[in-house]
Design a binder for this molecule. Structure first.
Ligand code: SF4
Ligand code: SF4
Length: 370
């Protein structure tokens, strides 16, 4: 066994120097290490023994990304806690952290196993994936995770045991956003999960997986006494992508008629009553309405207005009273009567806004005599 101290003459060696010394020792046939680290990163890095022997590496006081990019046959044990990115891009090794870990534990792991004997920080398990040519990655966490965990989780297994977390979601807020594959097993309460995921009770296969795996996990993190509590399957659930509705593919013609443009290519883009106003709007469709106002009795009875009206809409009463009226059925609101009247008897008023005024018909006017 090789013990590596990471300081010489009170000088801390760099991450690069440490990783180089580990790799050189492996090339010389060393398989067992104890590394007394001082926050160096990426311990031990991607290693392999040319004779296929397993590597066992105990690390104390690691920096970020301990257990990153491990290859099959590499076994890393962290005696206490570890900062962020433990097991980052794990490609087949086994990492045991007996304490808590920082954010993004197991981030992008593609194979191998990660055991966390405490809590894991935010975004843990995000982007884990499974290439079917290799063994699926596993991430086991004894307590709970921070928020945004298992984002874009697409393959493998995550197990969150929820120990010492009797209140609140054991997955924090907004877990599993963008999850498209794999399984997240969770014991205890879970907050809201995206609608395209399903929170389901365990079936027999799930229970068999957890029953065997929990023994391995609890033994690794020295928590075997918790087994009876954790094997109450009633309080476990699994989160998986919800089954997709089978897609019924319509024909192109059906799609054009029902989905692309409802009613077909030449259908109305917006709802249309089907009533068309004439080019020269009369009656209800006029924009302006002439009103004969002779309160001051200044009408000259000259007939200019009636003679000028292009629609012959103006009539004079035939009795002794002097009154001119414009027939709404023929008047188009052009305003010539107002223009030619020498005494400004005619006044053009704006039509009211479009309103529903008759059943099934839209127009401009609410008054029957317009
Ligand atoms: S507004 Fe035009 S159409 Fe209407 S009564 Fe006057 S002149 Fe005739
Ligand atoms: S043009 Fe004017 S003054 Fe002449 S009849 Fe018409 S409203 Fe009366």
């Amino acid at each position: 066994m090789r013990t590596i101290h990471t300081s010489t003459k009170n000088q801390r060696i760099s991450t690069q120097e440490l990783l180089t010394s580990i790799r050189e020792a492996v090339e010389q046939g060393e398989c067992d290490f104890v590394i007394e680290a001082q926050g160096q990163h990426d311990i031990p890095g991607p290693l392999w023994n040319s004779q296929g022997k397993a590597l066992h590496i105990t690390v104390r006081n690691p920096g970020q990304r301990v257990g990153a990019m491990m290859l099959p046959g590499t076994n890393v044990l962290v005696e206490g806690s570890a900062p962020a990115d433990v097991g980052w891009l794990n490609a087949g090794g086994t990492l045991i952290v007996k304490g808590d870990v920082g954010d993004t534990a197991g981030h992008c792991a593609a194979s191998g196993t990660i055991y966390i004997g405490g809590r894991a920080g935010a975004r843990s398990g995000s982007l884990m994936k499974h290439d079917p040519l290799y063994k699926a990655p596993e991430l086991w966490i004894l307590k709970h995770t921070g928020s945004f965990s298992f984002e874009f989780f697409s393959g493998g297994y995550a197990v969150v045991c929820g120990c010492d977390c009797e209140q609140g979601s054991v997955l924090g807020d907004r877990p599993c956003v963008g999850m498209v594959g794999g399984v997240v097993y969770v014991r205890g309460s879970v907050g809201d999960i995206p609608q395209d995921l399903a929170l389901l009770p365990l079936d027999h296969n799930d229970q068999a997986f957890l029953n065997e795996g929990l023994d391995r996990f609890l033994r690794a993190v020295d928590e075997k006494h918790r087994a009876p509590l954790l094997k109450d399957w009633e309080v476990w659930h699994k989160i998986v992508p919800a089954p997709k509705q089978e897609l019924v593919r319509p024909s192109v013609a059906q799609y054009r008629k029902a989905s692309w443009i409802p009613g077909g290519l030449f259908a109305d883009i917006v709802a249309d009553s089907g009533i068309h106003a004439p080019i020269l709007g009369t009656g209800l469709h006029r924009l302006r309405i002439p009103v004969w106002e002779n309160e001051s009795n200044t009408c000259l009875d000259c007939h200019k207005c009636a003679l000028t009206c292009p629609r012959n809409a103006i009539e004079r009463t035939q009795d002794t009273t002097l009154t001119y009226t414009a027939d709404p059925a023929t008047c188009i609101g052009c305003g010539l009567c107002q223009a030619v009247c020498p005494n400004h008897i005619w006044r053009l008023t704006d039509a009211p806004p479009l309103v529903e005024h008759l059943p099934g018909e839209k127009g401009r006017c609410v008054m029957d005599n317009r």
